[in-house]
Write a protein that binds this ligand. Structure first.
Ligand SMILES: [Ca+2]
Ligand SMILES: [Ca+2]
Length: 216
């Protein structure tokens, strides 16, 4: 029940604040210097840039992803995604199905920040081989799309697309961590003596934390 009373009398009071979503960038405590460097130079150099990947931070990953970490697979979390590194399957289509069947999807790079983070993650664990991206032009030559249906908002092609991308043999895309994480179109599967040996990164949604900010 409410009651009208003199405004000068002593009372307890309660303050109400808006609910705030935690910025995972702040949780990670990471700097943006790597992103700035890459934006300036075109490609980040792992030898000279700040490490953006925060080793061991997986608190916002699902129990399923944490179980992968317990099994010995390398796991990382950044912003709204968690990433798990697998050494197989080697060919693109089985790798895509493998990620889908584990309630995730093949790695999609949607921003410069994600590109730098994943590049640092791979370098941290000494990955030199090509890493499959969930990007392909299997349906229409030259029209590259993500397996998730996400818009293509960022690319980091190794060379001019006309030189390397627009052909009917190279319909899948790999990231090359040993070459500053640049992307290159390549064959989706083993052809003759050419191996399709690749590393697979599956991407999963991270848990979105909600905290109530309580001030003084
Ligand atoms: Ca992504
Ligand atoms: Ca193609």
């Amino acid at each position: 029940m409410w009651n009208k009373i003199d405004c000068l009398s002593d009372h307890e009071f309660i303050c109400k604040y808006a609910t705030t979503q935690v910025s995972t960038t702040l949780i990670n405590g990471l700097s943006s210097s790597t992103v700035a460097t890459k934006a300036t130079t075109g490609h980040a150099s792992p030898a000279t840039t700040t490490v953006y990947f925060s080793h061991g931070y997986t608190q916002l990953c699902s129990d399923q992803v944490k179980a992968q970490e317990q099994s010995g697979n390398h796991v990382a979390q950044n912003d709204s995604s968690c990433y798990v590194l697998f050494q197989s399957p080697d060919e693109w289509s089985p790798a895509r199905d493998f990620c889908n069947n584990s309630s995730g999807h093949m790695l999609t790079i949607n921003s410069l920040k994600e590109q730098v983070f994943v590049g640092d993650f791979l370098i941290h664990y000494g990955i030199r081989r090509g890493v499959w991206l969930g990007l392909n032009d299997l349906d229409m030559e030259g029209n590259f799309t993500w397996v998730t249906g996400e818009s293509v908002t960022f690319t980091d092609w190794y060379s001019h697309p006309d030189e390397d991308v627009m052909n009917n043999i190279h319909d899948c895309v790999e990231m090359l961590p040993a070459q500053a994480g640049v992307w290159r179109s390549t064959m989706c599967s083993k052809q003759g003596s050419v191996s399709a040996l690749h590393v697979v990164v599956c991407e999963y949604d991270a848990i979105k934390p909600i905290v109530n900010a309580i001030i003084g």
